[in-house]
Write a protein that binds this ligand. Structure first.
Ligand SMILES: Nc1ncnc2c1ncn2[C@@H]1O[C@H](COP(=O)(O)OP(=O)(O)OP(=O)(O)O)[C@@H](O)[C@H]1O
Ligand SMILES: [Mg+2]
Length: 253
């Protein structure tokens, strides 16, 4: 059974088509990178998968279960980090994670153990009793990542979740994602850092104007872009038609 099945998903906001007939299947245990220019529909697609956005048409299934028909069951299977995580900043890190763990009905012993392990692994151990409002941007980001992992989700949806992390923390998260994928967790993450996508992803989906314009492993994308031996940045610019910016860049040099 596929971890994710997305069929003909369309979403409009007034005159803006955010998603236009998206079809995407993701196998269990895959790390899938979602790439595309600003406004291409990445976040809207991710929000549709976790049920925060209701598509106008189409169907999304998580391990065979429709997100619309089984909203609670499917949410339990997913861990999500939004692109602009909103935390309850008047709580301490421990209070916040405790609250999230309770929302997922994790038992007390497991909850305490996991919260401690994660805070330790992410280097937040010494700051756990301070209010989140006093945390740095990266520290808040780490907290959002931890809160997405507490209930041991089978699918992880990370919208730009590595942005703002220092190299050590980004490395910890990357290693963790690889380990989780090996253990069968399916990961869909968006990033604008193409170097991260290059090293992290088993497969890359490239979006543009609400559509999927290319999908495959790096060598397959090179073939589609007819750019042999090129890196992901060149492929991205060619396939999204943004290589006309090159003239501007050249002029500014
Ligand atoms: N709540 C909303 N109301 C109106 N328009 C929206 C809303 N959410 C998204 N859109 C529009 O849908 C399109 C896709 O937006 P989306 O946030 O999915 O893009 P994205 O690929 O995540 O971009 P970015 O790389 O900047 O995060 C954009 O044109 C955006 O303006
Ligand atoms: Mg986005």
């Amino acid at each position: 059974m596929k971890a994710l099945e997305i069929r003909s998903v369309t979403k409009n906001y007034d005159s803006i088509t955010a998603l236009e007939g998206i079809d995407l299947d993701i196998e269990k245990g895959t790390i899938e990178g979602l790439l595309g220019p600003n406004g291409s529909g990445k976040s809207t697609l991710m929000k549709s998968i976790i049920g925060l956005v209701k598509p106008d048409a189409g169907d999304i299934r998580v391990f065979g279960k429709s997100v619309l028909e089984h909203p609670v069951e499917t949410k339990k299977l997913i861990g999500y980090v939004p692109e602009d995580p909103r935390l309850y900043e008047f709580l301490t890190a421990v209070e916040y994670l405790d609250f999230i763990a309770d929302a997922y009905a994790i038992d007390v012993d497991t909850k305490e153990k996991r919260i401690n392990e994660f805070l330790d692994a992410f280097g937040l151990k010494g700051r756990t009793n301070e209010l989140i409002s006093g945390y740095s941007g990266g520290m808040k980001q780490k907290l959002a990542i931890i809160s997405s992992l507490l209930h041991k989700p089978r699918i992880l949806i990370f919208d730009e979740a590595l942005t703002g992390l220092d190299p050590i923390s980004a490395r910890i998260v990357k290693d963790l994602l690889h380990k989780l994928a090996k253990a069968g967790v399916t990961i869909l993450f968006s990033t604008h850092v193409l170097a991260i996508a290059e090293v992290m992803c088993d497969q890359i989906t490239l979006m543009h104007s609400g559509q999927i314009i290319a999908r495959g492993q790096l060598d397959e994308l090179q073939e589609q872009a007819k750019l042999s031996e090129s890196n992901l940045e060149d492929i991205f610019l060619k396939l999204t038609g943004t290589d006309n910016l090159k003239a501007i860049v050249d002029a500014l040099r």
